[in-house]
Design a protein around this ligand. Sequence first.
Ligand code: ZN
Length: 316
Amino acid sequence: MKKGKRNSSKGLFAKGSASRKITFGILAVILVVAYLSSNSFRDEVDELLGIGDTPKESIVVPRAQGDLLVHFIDVGQGDSILIQFPGGENMLIDAGDNDKGQIVVDYLQGQGVQRIDHLVGTHPHADHIGGLDDVIKEFDIGDVYMPKVSHTSKTYMDVLEAVDEKGLTINAASAGMSIPSKEANIDILAPDSELESKNLNDYSIVIRLVYGETKFLFQGDAEKKTEEELLLSGANVKADVLKLGHHGSSTSNIEEYIKAVDPDYAVAPLGEDNKYGHPHKEVVELLDNMGIVFYRTDKDGTVIVVSDGENISVNP
Ligand SMILES: [Zn+2]
């Protein structure tokens, strides 16, 4: 027994010596792995190889002085549009669905955005306002616009909570209002302040932005009803770039309306193989027949439109 103990104790010692060597070995490996996987090391390697690991979203779009940039951010089936004015103002229309908030935050930060001067939630559907709470928490926010219609969804409540926690107030957007900007004319064409509808899409804030001689029309998920009312009211809907209503659905984008807008470019934010079949083929055919160039985020990814106040270029 004693002998055995001694032996085992001797054995332990010997093993201890070996295990110490193994421990040092493991430690060294861990340190090397930690260094190799550290950001600074990866950056060094990437720099040497000339392949930054910067995701596409973080690449700052170069812009000339006087350029206005409109980014139709690829958030799958949902809207999120960042407008960067040449003087430094930023505007965000919608922020995609709940699980896309961080994508929008990352994208904006990648573009150097720190403050959103004008924040718009077009209507309370999740694919438009879902990510707004993340955006509100992350950035310095100026004025906030939403239609005057309440909704009981958790998504909507989350937005209200974020607004409240930031000490912000919501401007109830309605036709005839303008969003005060030093750099462009931003008019709200819809919804009508008297509107009563069971369809939340009818409350979509429709915005016409005029920068120099170039014009943009953003209409959330506004449908045929809104389009017909705008035509009847005689509102000026003319635009060079149209953000199609309701993801290119045939419940929006009626021919008379598209004729009145008379855009050169149409953009639809879309999820790949989305369950709604957006964009509907009637709309795609209509755009095609009218010679309107159609961009869609499911195929083109994030679409960036640049205006110098006179000319427009897309994904330059
Ligand atoms: Zn939508």
